[in-house]
Ligand binder design. Sequence first.
Ligand code: UGA
Length: 456
Amino acid sequence: MMQIAVIGAGYVGLTTAACLAEIGHEVSCAESNVQKLELLKRGALPFFEPHLEELVQRNRQAGRLSFTSTPEAIARSHAIFICVGTPPLENGEADLTAIEGVARTIAQQATGYRLVIEKSTVPVQTGRQLQRHLRLYRRAEFTYDVASNPEFLREGSAVEDFFHPDRIVIGVESPNAANAMREIYEPILEQQFACPVHASCEDRSVPPLVITDINSAELVKHASNSFLAMKISFINLIADLCEAAGADITKVAEGIGLDRRIGASFLRPGIGFGGFCFPKDLQAFVRIGERLGLDFSLLREVEKINLRRVDQFVEKVRRELWVLRGKKIGIWGLAFKPDTDDIRFAPSLAIIQRLLAEGADVSAYDPQAMTKAKEELPEIRYCQNPYEAVEGAEALLLLTEWEEFGHADLERVRRLMDRPLLVDGRNMLAREKVIAHGFQYIGIGQSAEVGAVALA
Ligand code: UGA
């Protein structure tokens, strides 16, 4: 068991804090936003993430997890995870103000030894700056090591990803730091935990541990997210080609993905990637690459393809409805992906803004993201359920693939709509099934004249 401070109670920080407590550590989680801190102290969560609430509650009750101020968390800890935000600056670079602030507080307040771990997504060489900063501002009696431990938690399955990671990457430059990091993750590396996600979890596979220098660990994170973003833009480009040439992206993606060197995941075409990770990390990666003198136009293209998705999708709707002014449009899904209430950089919001700019009358439903969406987009109508969102509509746009939409009563939906047009931005629903219910169906990368022949 180790005394750990987690600075920042955002998606990464809060999940990390609760999961580290769950595997036995004593965790003080600090949050500088006073309202958020009060909320956490009362036992409430500032966002929705499956399984997280029960983990937070259980570990608070067990006395392993507490919420406090940054100086107090630093004072109590042996290891400090920095999990503060690194939002994009105007020019796309990562804004490291919060990291710098935490480094300075640690240097000025800590006494004795601390292992300072950067978990926030940062550009390569940030660890070096961190080391320099700690040295410049430190008190005489403060000693430290710096480590990088990038996170690979997906929103919506973050708790599961913590307990069953594909790998754990640690960037360390001293044996002390390496040993402490191994100790922190020992229960995961030795598979000594009760899985909080699956009651009878049988996954006992030991995740590989990648130990490297700090620069390389930082690069693993940015390179991983950029590669995944590249896969998505690639498949989106091929989806466009399928539409133009007359082919079916679902089959093309299946055919590509079965090659083990390529892999089937992240080949789902759609309205583009969003969220607070891929768009900003890709930009930051391009900026740091260019700053270090490299031509990163490959990744600039990935970004361009993604930005075009929104316009292309609106164009699909416009092609069918002709004029959007005054048209009632129902929206299913606002979150940037299912199982989260996060709407940051969600393509759905950009699409709705375009529709509003053209005078459309928009009603929307999302199982989790409506409270957050209302703050960004107060001008649309928010509905209690998927059916209310389609009443009198001339088009239904499916923008986030929530499981709930897969079970919707399509007969009822058709009856409620003025015109049964379904534009599926995620290829979530089976085209034949939707058409069989009397809809006109438009997906992504699916040409209407293509139909596979079933083998006898
Ligand atoms: C991503 C990474 O997957 C995590 O490993 C990483 O830790 C995290 O960023 C981060 O940097 O913190 P996340 O943003 O939660 O996680 O979501 P993803 O599941 O990766 O999806 C990102 C976006 O890509 C979503 O908008 C999703 O709809 C889109 N996507 C994903 C596609 O359009 N097609 C796909 O095939 C897969």
